[in-house]
Design a protein. Sequence first.
Lengths: 265, 86
Amino acid sequence: MNYLLKSNRREKGFSKQLLVTCVLLAVAGLFYFIAPRFVNDSLYAAARPIWDAKNYVAGELVRIVVLVQDKEQLAKSNTTLEQELEEAKVALQSLDSYKQENEDLKSMLGRATDEKRILASVVAKPNHSLYDTMLLDVGENKGVAVGDKIFSGDFIIGSIREVYGSHSKATLLSAPGEISRVLIGGGNIAADALGRGAGNFIVKVPKEVSITEGDLIRMPGLNPTFFGVVSNIEQTVTSSFQFVLFRLPVNVNNLRWVEIIKSEK
Amino acid sequence: MRKRVFLDIVLFIGAFIAPPWLALLVALFGLFLFENFYEIFAVGLIVDGLYGTKTLVLFIPLLYTVFSGLLFVATAFLRKHLRFYS
């Protein structure tokens, strides 16, 4: 009788691969935890030309697309955008005067803030990643420190987690599992918002709290800092709670610039 | 050999600019196509090094490197049991 012989060679091959995997993971772990600065700086230096090339190619592609697009359609969208811009300008004028008035009142009452703002360019943002982080082009060289807040306009979007020589890493507040204290509705109900990734949040509040879609979610504090805009409210008949889903009004994947506000020590 | 070098170039550029899941998908393709495709670890290391922080995601440090390791071992196991590779 003939029997199929078990391949000893393949069995050995698998054990070898398992061993190699364990060794590589151990070496990687050692490197990342013993010399994180070296690993980060090396990777950043290697990645920067690739990101620059990508941005250049993307910019050129957009330029070509605009060139071949229908001129009539472009003129139409241009007119619409101009109109929207005019409306936004008018709205901003009154907003600016309110802001100024707010600042004046605070300084009169001895609560003036002298926040230091640093402009940063978003170098990279991993799309569809479990890490809701972004890389910024400023680091220790510009005085950035761990814990500084990241803003887009008046909306807080994240905080600095790691700082290196010429770059820093920020985690978005919407990163899965991140919990932030927020104020909801006209009654300023305090609640914990849970990050759901890519600028989305969820918060659980009692049904009695009156909230409507489009409401602003704020952060506790003296200065008006916004967190997001309510996009949906989920209620069930049986539950005494409601789930408020809100998101940042800006698309974090399209952000090119952010402001870093130094945390008060 | 030439195919592997080409895939390596695509993979390394992808690890920097493409979504991590896409880079890992390409690496998975390489795992089935070539023997001992250790390049998958490089993808995990690049993604973890660039975007990862000390905060644990899913309670795992170096999430993408660990996931690459799992893919590597799983593929090695599959290759051992698939008639196609015998």
